[in-house]
Design a protein around this ligand. Structure first.
Ligand SMILES: [Fe+2]
Ligand SMILES: [Fe+2]
Length: 304
């Protein structure tokens, strides 16, 4: 079977040294065919395409890049890290997400649960033995519940969109970097140098990322003592960190373990991005499989 991956995407995603040959093969010869266009008929992640979403997306990045400061993120982590809002299972959370539409996404106009299952099922087809990766795909966006009233109804800019580190200089490879000039941290000498408050190879675990569904779901998984491997947690926390996994920025902050985990994130990202197409999933049919994975890696009820 032919796989329609543009060479640039292939370079980003799977031509990693250290990736097992059978894994490379799956992406090169497997059943996952990368679609050429998104739900609106445009190429993926085209922030200049003339769609009705363009201005909404741009405005979201303007607000995000001004509103995310080192202090803001610290406060949000403290506040939401308490996990004192709701108790529910992973699957209950998947169903809760059905009402959420992500304004930052130029490619997607369907309920989130479709996206979660499309991503998970596409990965499952190509990596049948990596059950942790299937579950990671299913839960990677659950943090978007932050948009709902019971979670504080945060504005879209504080929940979705590409993420970036705070506490060091903003990299130009971030989408709409021009808006960072209005961020209060931009002129703060403690935060506006290459390393800022960090040091070479300090590890991404120690880096404060802009607040949103990624970091929140990472905290939820950790606080509830998931047994997912570190690569799964890495995918959850950094899946919107496009400056890192697509542009290769901020690598000076990574340690050895981050470099290993990044290989899996790049695999995951192809599915996260390109499974946003018109593939319908029979939810009831696949539910028992995912319920079994949830049972393996999470407690029955989680604190959120
Ligand atoms: Fe996401
Ligand atoms: Fe996603």
């Amino acid at each position: 079977m032919t796989i329609l991956v543009r060479q640039a995407e292939l370079d980003m995603g799977v031509q990693e040294k250290g990736m097992a040959p059978e894994e490379l093969k799956k992406v090169e010869n497997g059943g996952f065919v990368v679609p050429g266009s998104n739900a609106f008929g445009n190429t993926f992640r085209d922030y200049n395409a003339d769609t009705a979403r363009k201005e909404i997306v741009k405005d979201l990045y303007r607000q995000s890049h001004i509103g995310h400061t080192y202090d803001f993120v610290k406060k949000m982590r403290e506040k939401y890290g308490k996990m004192d809002r709701v108790e529910m299972s992973i699957w209950e959370c998947c169903e809760l997400l059905n009402d959420v539409v992500d304004d930052s996404d130029p490619d997607l106009d369907e309920p989130q649960i479709e996206h979660l299952l499309q991503t998970a099922e596409a990965i499952r087809k190509d990596y049948p033995n990596e059950d942790w990766l299937h579950l990671t795909a299913l839960i990677h966006d659950l943090g978007k519940v932050l948009l709902l009233p019971s979670f504080g109804e945060l504005p879209q800019w504080a929940v979705v969109g590409d993420t970036f580190p705070l506490g060091c200089a903003f990299d130009d490879s971030n989408v709409h970097p021009e808006f960072f000039k209005e961020n209060p941290d931009y002129d703060n000498p403690a935060y506006n140098t290459k390393y800022g408050v960090y040091s070479e190879g300090c590890g991404l675990d120690n880096v404060l990322m802009s607040w949103g569904h990624d970091d929140y779901m990472y905290l939820v998984a950790k606080e509830n003592k998931t047994t997912l491997p570190n690569a799964g947690l890495f995918i959850i926390r950094y899946h919107s960190f496009y400056a890192l996994h697509k542009a290769g920025a901020y690598t000076h902050l990574m340690n050895e373990e981050d470099r290993e985990n990044l290989k899996w994130l790049k695999v995951f990202n192809q599915y996260d991005l390109y499974s946003k197409s018109k593939v319908r999933i029979d939810v009831e049919k696949v539910k028992p499989y995912y319920e079994s994975l949830i049972k393996k890696y999470f407690p029955e009820k989680l604190k959120w």
